[in-house]
Each structure stands twice: as C-alpha cells, then as structure tokens.
Design a protein around this ligand. Sequence first.
Ligand SMILES: C[S@@+](CC[C@H](N)C(=O)[O-])C[C@H]1O[C@@H](n2cnc3c(N)ncnc32)[C@H](O)[C@@H]1O
Length: 287
Amino acid sequence: MINSTVTTTIILSRYQTKPILEARGKNAQTVEVSLDLGLTVSQLELDDDGVRSPTGQLIMWEELEKIDKHEVGCFVIDSSGMQKVQLYSEEMSRVYTLMPTSGPPTMLISGLPMHRIKGTDPQKDTRSKINTVKPVTGLVLDTATGLGYTAIEAAKSAEKVITMEIDPTVIEICRLNPWSRALFKNRRIESRIGDIYDEILSFEDSIFSRIIHDPPTFSLAGHLYSADFYRQMFRVLRSDGRLFHYIGDLSSRSGRRTARGVVQRLKDAGFRRVRSRKDAFGVVASR
Ligand SMILES: C[S@@+](CC[C@H](N)C(=O)[O-])C[C@H]1O[C@@H](n2cnc3c(N)ncnc32)[C@H](O)[C@@H]1O
C-alpha cells in the first residue's frame, strides 16, 4: 500500500515496461516511452543497470521486470522505491487499485473496473457519455467523481463543473493518477467530498444545464437510482437542461431490467424525452 502524500514523478505499468524490455533485447541505446501512463512520452537511455529518465533518475532492470509481470497494477517509482498504486478505504471497507489499460487507467473497486474497458478504453467510454448531452455548456453537475474523467471532459466546454465524490480515498488515488491532474488544476472544476444523495438538497432549483450521473451499479448504490433522487435531479436541472444517466450494458438482461425501472422513475419525476443510448450504456433525458 502506498503513502498517498508521495509526489509522483514516474508511474509505470506493463504497457510501458514492455517496449523498454524489448529495446534491451535489441541492444538499443534509447527508447521512447511514457513515464506517466501514456499521457506524455520521454526519451530514456538504456545502460547496464536500467533505464535513465531525462532528469537522470535510474529505473532498475529488476524494477521493470517486476512491473512487467503485473497484469493489473500501476507503480510509482520515486526516491523511496517502488510502490503499487493501491489504497484501502476505511470508510467503505474497499480496496482501490489503479489499473492500466491501453488508454488512461481505470480504477478497480474491490476488483471491478470503474469504466468500460472491454473493446474500448476509459477515454472513449468517457467521451461517449459526454457526447450524449453535447453541447456541454453552463454549469454542470457530475454526481460521482471517480477518477474525474467525466468532470475533466465536461470542463473542456462547460463554464463550471461541480463534481461530488463520497470517498476521500478515491480522491487520493486521483492525486496519484496523471490522467486525473486536471481535477486539481482546472479552475473550472470544483471537486467536493460528500454523498450526492444528501448534498443535492443544498443546490438551488434550476441551476444546472447538464447533469452527468455515473453512479456505481444499482446493487451497490440503489438510492442513486431512486425516485426521490431523480426528483432532486429534476429540481436542480434548468428548464432546457439535459441529463445523462449511466446504467450499464442495455443489451444484457440485467441492464434492460435496470433501464426499464430507471426510465419509468425518470418519467415519474417529470423528465421528458427519456431515451436509451445503447452506445453510451445509459439513457438521456430532458427537463
Ligand atoms: C462509476 S464511478 C464514476 C466514474 C467517473 N464518472 C469517472 O469519470 O471516472 C462512481 C463513483 O461514485 C462514487 N460514489 C458512490 N456513491 C456515491 C455517492 N452517494 N455520492 C457521491 N459519489 C458516490 C464512488 O466512490 C465512485 O468513485
């Protein structure tokens, strides 16, 4: 387990160690690889002990070989050594693990990925959610921060995004994830800790132009799929506002069953034009 106050400089997964080890096999002197899980690319120099970053930091061959064996794991390397990005949440009694993909990492919540990764990656998954309610302008509510990807994507065009996360440990993982950086740096994103089910009561009527609702599955957070909560989302949405509600695979039996209930309760709460968006694994609705 990692000390979350560590400042990450280098963070690697098998997606980066593979080309480095291949370069060693070819006796190459340099290799271009990302030191931040694919966000940027650096030129590394190979020597007998390992590879050297542009700032002179040595990553030992033993460290690279160890990372390479991990299917599911991102590792921070700094002056205190190498540590897996994995935290235990006392609040939720869960383990969170940053999991590499061919795109940005996702996060495993007690073994389950937070984003779609089968035949896609978290970036494409995020864009497909945001695209359903384009143009994303004005004030946006992102009900469930996670790794902050929906908030960050929405903030590219919105005036301001308020994003809520129930578990501070999730935000600690965000601090270690290079792809979540904008969550802390972008002044148009306001990141709050709290239970959206309660916190939504504190928002005035009709203030949000878009709501991105990307909750955990129904079995883990049934209250975020409840008629009460939908009435609150309706109340805080502007008259011309739109909602995207992630559900899961609408082609699966459980997805269809959950969607039927969601659609009915959204309509009962007052939402109009409630439509399935199979491509985005959810539904959209207008006020
Ligand atoms: C599917 S993930 C959201 C992924 C996120 N949209 C992203 O782009 O990375 C759901 C998140 O909601 C958080 N969560 C669960 N219950 C919540 C609640 N009642 N209020 C706010 N956040 C909650 C979980 O801890 C988890 O981080």
